[in-house]
Design a protein. Structure first.
Length: 499
């Protein structure tokens, strides 16, 4: 059986703890790989490698760093299909979704290639007599990233390219459920000329996570995952004096007004709710239909959802793949099977779905729940699967109030032809990312990604300007130089003397 080991100090390091975790092909249910799970001693080794590398990388020139990143970007581009194939094999998402994930990660690598302009400081001259004040940004040291299973290439690329471009060194702890993509990312970075120890990949479970959160040589931690774990990461790392950005879960709403293009809204709802099998924190999982449009909108969503082809991710005809594990599939199904008892109308029931020839895979079909109550489990919880809830309100104001009452505030969208309504919505809604006739408003790389409320713990969003600020710290220098004309007697600088 294939074993995925650690990448420490620029080379593969075999696991020494004796503990391994299974990696499953979600389409077949078969365990195809085992991944080494780190001990605290291995955490120490990875951090030590990063600390040693920081001694030179932290003082390297911007030209040196960006040259490596430009070569890295070219290698990632050349290996898109290989990275995507690893994602499909271990996560299960269809190849086109996996390629899209790589493309969105590449955006941040491209941003890192242009880090020179992002790191420019400021200068104020003559703030007082012969006094100048300047501000600069400097790297932190060793930083860590803890990333989720649903985007095993993209989310790491949201973190480490910017971190190393800013002069830090990095320890990545990817999900143990689909670890291979992270190793390939590190190998390609080494091929691009990244010095040994600047990027390290450490596999593991809670032992590794806690080891990084408590390690005195780790200056900052980036995290993407569920809200309970994000809260824990933030509290633990902060208590240890670390800088933290911890992105949590979501319950993203899409408000559909009576004047909306219902065909466009239905298309958007289907792609946003069921794309990547709903395993993404920016998925639309709740549609709020306003006024008389609900019946027609639900009918259009149902019609489109029934046509989605589900199958193995490496089958070009598949539009949606399996879920990551059987346990997660069963949990997602439980929300659908219990929905009717909590007052919902089960329009589509995807539980019990199988794919011929792949009966042991982690399959579930598309589910659509109408007349969902805000008190129901299907609404309150982040399901993280292909389940779309439809809620109904009579007015725009009721819809916004319903959405703002959610403890989550990650992303949201409005579908309308009315510019005034859209403008009010983007100002009144309590969420960090807003789409206007755009169902999944993930910002481009040079704008930052992050939510509000229980969707983010910490002060910085990820990538963009916030990412650069997170991975650097500011320093202000106040300088006074004497006038050369005041030079002491016997020192001739060629200036007329004031004495």
């Amino acid at each position: 059986m294939k074993t995925v080991n650690h990448w420490i100090g620029g080379k593969t390091v075999e696991g020494a703890s004796g503990n391994y975790g299974p990696v499953t092909d979600p389409a077949t249910g078969a365990v195809t790989t085992q991944v080494a799970l780190a001990s605290l001693e291995e955490v120490d080794a990875a951090v030590a490698a990063a600390k040693d590398a920081y001694a030179t990388w932290g003082t390297s020139s911007l030209a040196t760093r960006t040259a490596v990143l430009f070569r890295y970007r070219a290698l990632l581009d050349a290996h898109r299909d290989e990275i995507a194939a690893l994602i499909t094999a271990e996560h299960g998402k269809v190849h086109s979704d996996a390629l899209g994930e790589v493309a969105r990660g590449l955006e941040i690598v491209e941003l890192a290639c242009g880090i020179t302009t992002q790191l420019k400081g400021e200068l104020s001259t003559q703030v007082s007599s012969r006094v100048d004040v300047s501000s600069i940004r400097q790297s932190l040291g060793v930083v860590a990233g803890i990333t989720p299973f649903n985007f095993p290439a993209m989310v790491p690329m949201w973190m480490f390219p910017l971190a190393i471009a800013c002069g830090n060194t990095f320890v990545l702890k990817p999900s143990e459920k689909d670890p291979s993509a992270a190793i390939l990312l590190a190998e390609l970075a080494a091929e691009a000329g990244l010095p040994d120890g600047v990027l390290n990949v450490l596999h593991g479970d809670k032992v590794a996570v806690d080891g990084l959160l408590n390690h005195p040589d780790v200056a900052a931690v980036s995290f993407v995952g569920s809200t309970p774990i994000a809260r824990y990461i933030h509290a633990t790392a902060s208590a240890n004096g670390k800088r933290v950005q911890a992105l949590g879960g979501a319950k993203n709403h899409m408000l559909v007004l009576p004047d909306a293009d219902l065909d466009a809204a239905a298309d958007a709802a289907v792609s946003a709710a069921y794309g990547s099998a709903g395993e993404r924190c920016m998925a639309i999982s709740a549609v709020v239909a306003v006024g008389s449009v609900a019946d027609e909108l639900v009918a259009k969503i149902k019609e489109r959802a029934e046509k989605i082809k589900i199958g193995p991710g490496n089958d070009p005809s598949s539009e949606m793949g399996p879920l990551i594990t059987a346990a997660h599939r069963d949990k997602v199904a439980s929300y659908v099977t219990g929905a009717a008892a909590q007052g919902a109308d089960v329009v589509l029931d995807g539980t019990g779905y199988t794919v011929e020839g792949f009966e042991d895979g982690h399959w579930i079909g598309l589910s659509l729940l109408d007349h969902v109550s805000t008190d129901s489990d299907a609404y309150k919880d982040e399901i993280f699967g292909p389940v779309l809830c439809v809620l109904r309100t009579e007015t725009y104001e009721e819809g916004v109030a319903l959405m703002n009452a959610s403890p989550f505030g990650n992303g949201t969208a409005i579908f309308t032809r009315d510019g005034g309504a859209a403008r009010r919505f983007q100002l009144e809604i309590e969420a960090g990312m807003v789409g206007v006739n755009v169902p999944i408003p993930v910002p481009v790389g040079y704008h930052s990604f992050g939510g509000w409320k229980d969707s983010l713990f910490g002060d910085h969003h990820i990538y963009g300007n916030d990412g650069v600020h997170f991975y650097t710290r500011g320093k202000v220098v106040t300088t006074r130089w004497p006038d050369p004309a005041d030079a002491p007697a016997g020192v001739d600088l060629g200036f007329p003397r004031n004495h």
